[in-house]
Design a protein around this ligand. Structure first.
Ligand code: UD1
Ligand code: UDP
Length: 376
């Protein structure tokens, strides 16, 4: 047998911005390994926001399903990924398929692998809220992937414990740290500048993102109303909000934030810019998952505009606070952190409960069959 045929064929399938940010460093690590042959298939559940990340990490997909439609429903994503990925998997014949986290691309790909009897590796396994409606549909997606996955790459001991409690085989669980911490190793630079940061100047920079499906509609309007009230009352703060491309998010932002000259709504920024913005922020308000992992590392307090979080490590460490989506709760908590120095200092300690920057190496080692030492 020649060397090439001995290599384990790993196919990475992803479709959205956060999957790409967390998966591309792993793709690049695995490409260095003699024992692995790496293929990349993107569903393009996101198009522009995915391409931005692929460019940043110089990852060129071998397959591209190009499924994104404006205002796509869960049915659209599910049907299009399921029918498209079948052909790709049958053609590529991978030994293992790696999926990431909890998107619909992730769930549907794992389902297709189950139907085709291809082993699944789940990166970022074991995150849970145990509330099937929150986040929606992500809690269902990740629990469902957990039923079929052969390799479970849990980012933290807590996510490992969730899987153990659910009866997963301990031999199939590996605590690796989160690959986003690997991605963060080289992004934040001392001498970074950006016109938006120059605009913020000496004012306190507030960083905002929002997109969750369960928050679309009235909850998102409430979130934006609260943010606007606080900014109107604090002339020493300026907010930068790189807005998601979802038209429903843009409509809510336009309705509630238009005309406020201390909030700049800008197009999605590259991940390199995003990390540098986060690191320089006074405070972040978000309903995003990934940002809950990133900001704690920079000591930037995060008000999580959701009712649940699958990332309790940051809440326990004190840098994340769940504030829900009620206008009054967001308004009160945001105001408190701006006005009460002690409260702010309690939250603004740099901690990193999500990894040590070597998650990709561990995952590649495991897939190559090399000895591995758990992160924790
Ligand atoms: C998806 C994931 C969510 C993840 C989020 C990250 C599901 C069900 N949801 O939610 O778990 O947290 O991505 O951002 O898997 N759009 C564009 N261009 C893009 C991306 C999106 O125009 O590059 C618009 C399209 O109109 C699209 C809409 O945004 O229909 C919604 O995208 P979709 O992937 O369905 O939902 P997200 O909220 O992005
Ligand atoms: N991000 C980015 N550009 C932006 C906004 C966010 O690169 O304009 C990054 C951010 O640093 C994090 C990820 O996107 O790594 C979070 O993605 P998102 O909030 O879309 O999804 P979630 O994490 O909620 O699934």
């Amino acid at each position: 047998m020649n060397g090439k045929r001995c290599r384990k064929r790993i196919m990475c399938v992803f479709g959205t911005r956060p999957e790409a940010i967390k998966k591309c460093p792993l793709v690049n690590e695995m490409k260095k390994r003699d024992g692995l042959e790496v293929m990349v298939a993107v569903t393009a559940q996101h198009r522009q926001m995915l391409d931005q990340v692929l460019d940043t990490f110089s990852v060129v997909p071998d397959y591209d399903l190009n499924i994104m439609k404006e205002r796509q429903t869960l049915f659209d994503i599910t049907l299009n990924v399921l029918s498209g990925i079948k052909e790709v998997l049958e053609k590529a014949q991978p030994d293992v398929v790696l999926v990431h986290g909890d998107t619909s691309t992730t769930f549907v790909t794992a389902l297709a692998c189950f139907y085709l009897k291809i082993p699944v590796g789940h990166v970022e396994a074991g995150l849970r809220t145990y509330n099937i409606d929150s986040p929606y549909p992500e809690e269902f997606n990740r629990e469902a992937v957990g039923i079929v996955s052969r390799y479970n790459f849990a980012p933290t001991p807590l996510s490992r414990d969730n899987l153990l409690r659910e009866g997963k085989n301990p031999g199939n669980i590996y605590v690796t740290g989160n690959t986003v911490i690997d991605a963060m190793q080289h992004t934040v630079k001392e001498d970074y500048t950006h016109p938006e940061l120059e605009w913020a100047g000496e004012d306190r920079l507030i960083f905002i993102t929002a997109h969750r499906r369960e928050n679309l509609g009235e909850p998102m309007h409430r979130m934006f109303r609260a943010i606007r009230r606080v900014l109107d009352e604090h002339p020493d703060c300026k907010a930068v909000y790189p807005i998601h491309m979802n038209p429903a998010v843009r409509e809510a932002a336009e309705a509630e934030l238009r005309g406020c000259d201390r909030i700049h709504i800008i197009e999605p920024i590259e991940v390199f810019d995003c990390h540098n913005f986060e690191a320089r922020s006074f405070l972040c308000l978000t309903d995003s998952g990934g940002i809950q992992e990133e900001c704690p590392a920079y000591g930037v307090p995060v008000l999580v505009m959701r009712d649940t979080t699958e990332r309790p490590e940051g809440v326990e460490a004190g840098t994340l606070r769940l504030v829900g989506t009620e206008e009054e709760s967001i308004y009160q908590n945001f105001t408190l952190l701006l006005e009460d120095k002690k409260e702010y200092e309690k939250m603004s300690r740099a901690v990193n409960p999500y990894g040590d920057g070597h998650a990709c190496e561990r995952i590649a080692d495991i897939l190559e069959g090399k000895p591995y030492t758990p992160w924790k």
